[in-house]
Ligand binder design. Structure first.
Ligand SMILES: O=C[C@H](O)[C@H](O)COP(=O)(O)O
Ligand SMILES: C=C(OP(=O)(O)O)C(=O)O
Ligand SMILES: [Mn+2]
Length: 455
């Protein structure tokens, strides 16, 4: 057994897996029951990996192709997954939306697409305030299903470490279904029409997609006629990712890979560090520096080139292409000002990072109705700015990172099938940030494909 290529073992302290514990960690829950936390950590340490180290390496390789300008990264999914969202319908709808976006980008943008879900682990949320007040009652803020409940009651908002075990199980069942869909024929490119069947008549983006699907069909018939094996289209590679926020959980799922002796966080393929937890001398960056998974770091408008360079030194000292992805989230009004210096200084230093654009988190505002929302036009404008900056510098716009769902929610305003501020209440279902619905996601994919082609 010990020479199995995929045998992962629990690390001891000598590996540095727990070095983060000596450093300050922000955005961590205040668990009221520390024995229950220790018990759940021990339980998680005994569980099998959710992903294999070799799969993480494969994603690093795919991201290296993005860094070289040979592929495009599509990273998307919920702001916050919820335990009650672990259903076949929800998971299939999300996956279907990502597959449709990917078909659009691959065909209309003429670029291979690396597909990474914010899925199977995206249960923990950093928040701007520790508490929430409603009608004079103040309670701890909702920090994601891994920590506490969304319902506004003292019992539900009390952090419960048992939820970390539920996160593991929810991630496992989600990933199981995703693996079944992506390898079992559902994601077969010959299904391009089937993914759209429930959608085509009702929406302009659905109709536009249908026209593209017909072209893909023709192209596949042509390839068939040329002798390409249709089985080539049967499976797709789809990777999982989430914000590595709750370090007790991430570290309990960190294992030593027997092939290499290196540490991997086997809770997901790619782990990113959020805008609020990327302090260079804090625990999250220390943790991320120890694991070999591909790492993302969010960079907001206050990020300096010096921050970016130091992050590279900490997280990618060997300058491995694909290891580090910078997910910029500047805001539509700032991206054209802030991004060029970062890219210039990083490029001058010779690091091959992946640059992708999160056009969501710099463009959030509160509507008069009290709903947190985003304008589709701002989202689009930030992506446009991102492409303009890269074009100006001759660098590669590596991808997009979006909050989306496959359901027809009304959380972001605008889009081809326009949602107005007054519509927001109709299907506002997110537990945290507003997501693009399926139609808005497809609109975005078409527009991004055009930008990519024009690049
Ligand atoms: O997903 C993101 C963050 O949790 C979110 O943007 C912070 O939101 P808040 O200001 O509502 O806490
Ligand atoms: C919290 C998030 O983003 P950021 O860290 O960029 O604010 C998020 O991606 O949901
Ligand atoms: Mn979010």
């Amino acid at each position: 057994m010990t020479d199995s290529p995929h045998l992962e073992t629990t690390p001891d302290d000598a590996t540095g897996a727990r070095s983060w514990r000596d450093l300050p960690a922000v955005q961590q829950p205040e668990w009221p029951d520390s024995q229950a936390l220790r018990d759940v950590i021990a339980e998680l340490e005994s569980y099998p990996p959710l992903v294999f180290a070799g799969e993480c390496d494969q994603l690093t390789e795919r991201l290296a192709a993005v860094a070289r300008g040979e592929a495009f990264l599509l990273q998307g999914g919920d702001c916050a997954e919820a335990f009650d969202g672990v259903s076949a319908d929800h998971i299939r709808n999300k996956l279907k939306t990502m597959l449709q976006m990917s078909a659009v980008l691959t065909y209309a943008g003429s670029v291979p697409v690396v597909k990474v879900g914010r899925i199977a682990g995206q249960y923990s949320k950093p928040r701007s305030k520790a508490t929430e007040t409603r009608d004079g009652v103040t309670l701890p803020v909702y920090r994601g299903d891994s920590v506490n409940g969304f319902a506004f009651t003292p019992e539900s908002r009390r952090p419960d470490p048992r939820r970390l075990a539920r996160m593991y199980h929810a991630s496992a069942s989600t990933l199981n279904l995703v693996r079944a869909f992506t390898t079992g024929g559902y994601a077969d490119l010959r299904q391009v029409h089937a993914w759209n069947r429930d959608f085509v008549r009702s929406s302009p983006s659905g109709q536009r997609y249908e026209a593209l699907a017909r072209e893909i069909d023709r192209a596949m018939n042509f390839m068939n006629a040329c002798g390409v094996d249709p089985e080539e289209f049967r499976t797709v590679e789809f990777f999982s990712s989430h914000e590595g926020l709750i370090l007790d959980y991430e570290s309990a799922l960190t294992r030593v890979d027997s092939r290499t002796g290196e540490l991997y966080d086997v809770s997901g393929h790619m782990i990113w560090i959020g805008e609020r937890t990327r302090q260079l001398d804090h625990a999250h960056i220390e943790f991320a520096s120890r694991i070999r998974n591909p790492i993302g770091v969010k960079l907001g408008p206050t990020s300096t080139a010096e921050d970016a360079l130091q992050l590279i030194d900490r997280l990618d000292p060997e300058r491995t292409p694909g290891r580090l992805t910078f997910i910029t989230r500047m805001g539509a009004d700032k991206v054209r000002d802030k991004l060029p210096t970062l890219i210039e200084k990083v490029s001058a230093q010779g690091a091959q990072v992946v640059w992708i654009c999160d056009p969501m988190h710099g463009n959030t505002f509160e509507a008069a109705s009290g709903h947190k929302t985003r304008r589709f036009d701002d989202v689009l404008d930030e992506v446009k700015g991102f492409f303009e900056v890269h074009k100006g510098l001759g660098t590669h716009p590596g991808g997009i990172h979006v909050e989306l769902t496959g359901d027809d929610v009304t959380e972001c305003v605008g889009g081809g099938d326009e949602i107005f501020v007054d519509d927001l209440h109709q299907r506002y279902e997110t537990a945290c940030d507003p997501r693009l619905n399926r139609s808005q996601s497809l609109d975005l994919a078409f527009l991004v494909a055009e930008m990519y082609r024009d690049q």
